[in-house]
Write a protein that binds this ligand. Sequence first.
Ligand code: NDP
Length: 314
Amino acid sequence: MEPIKTRCLIIGSGPAGFTAAIYSSRANLGPLLYEGHQPGGQLTTTTEVENFPGYPAGVTGPNMMEDMRAQAKRFGADIRTGVITEIDLDSRPFHAKASDGAEIIADTVIISTGASARYLGLPDEKKYQGLGVSACATCDGFFYRKRRVAVVGGGDTACEEALYLSNIASNVFLIVRKDHLRASKVMQQRVLSNPNITVLFNTNTAGLYGEEYLEGAHLVEHKGTPEERSYDLPIDGFFLAIGHRPNTDIFKGKITTDEAGYIVTALPSTATNIPGVFAAGDVADPHYRQAITAAGSGCRAALDVERFLMEGAV
Ligand code: NDP
């Protein structure tokens, strides 16, 4: 098979990747986009999206991603199913291999492989995904108006999610495995003084239950000690907030990341430490993690690529 030559290889198909594809194809760069393990990205695991401007009646995550994909295709983006399995970023043009057997030679690369929420690893989490289990309170919290919810985790994200939900849900339980919160002092104070949030310290989740939808969690307090106690907590929503993991495995050692593995960019640009390689969306953003911010950075990455190519760097 002849190698495919492209001005711009986009890796990943969330809002960042598709927006980069829309902009770069309209700029006549003929981008080649590989969709990755989860075509459409994290949004395909959510139900209704109500906070993306332009959809006054809301839209489902999968439909929104189909729309973005169709919009990118309309301008000629070459969108392929599969993953990039290997990439050499040592010299330009960059060489990559894809799971469909294609070899790619790319003048520039936009990495938009996203991040994945960490889960506890309970089989029940998959069973109730979208039926009570979520890893994004800002996305799904609204559906739990006046209902009982739990958030798992003791860091800043968990506290932020618990506080957000405390304005929506009737009761919020924060399930913390240790006897203290890891979050910053100010967040701890806000959580501990909120009458709508009950913090369950020294507590682990052993499983979830419910007929069709989630109805509760099996909890264990003081696990492995003489005071160990198991009980069921009736809840309608179970929110994971135990951190995210950027999807940067194939770039390990090849590109500068922070300690947690997020790609470092030279803000406000999307340039990485490798000239010609740009990063957009959650893979380079541990802070905001919203569809709209990812789409915005996908736009910036495409404009950065265009400028890079115009400056005659390749
Ligand atoms: P963190 O890594 O800070 O916290 C993860 C939390 O999840 C910890 O409390 C940890 O418990 C708990 N946890 C991990 N694994 C499990 C498990 N298997 N079972 C139960 N609990 C578990 O992640 P965050 O996403 O909270 O924050 C990431 C970074 O982003 C941090 O630097 C944070 O400060 C920052 N951030 C800042 C915000 C702000 O300033 N407004 C908002 C959100 C994030 P344990 O403590 O026992 O290890």
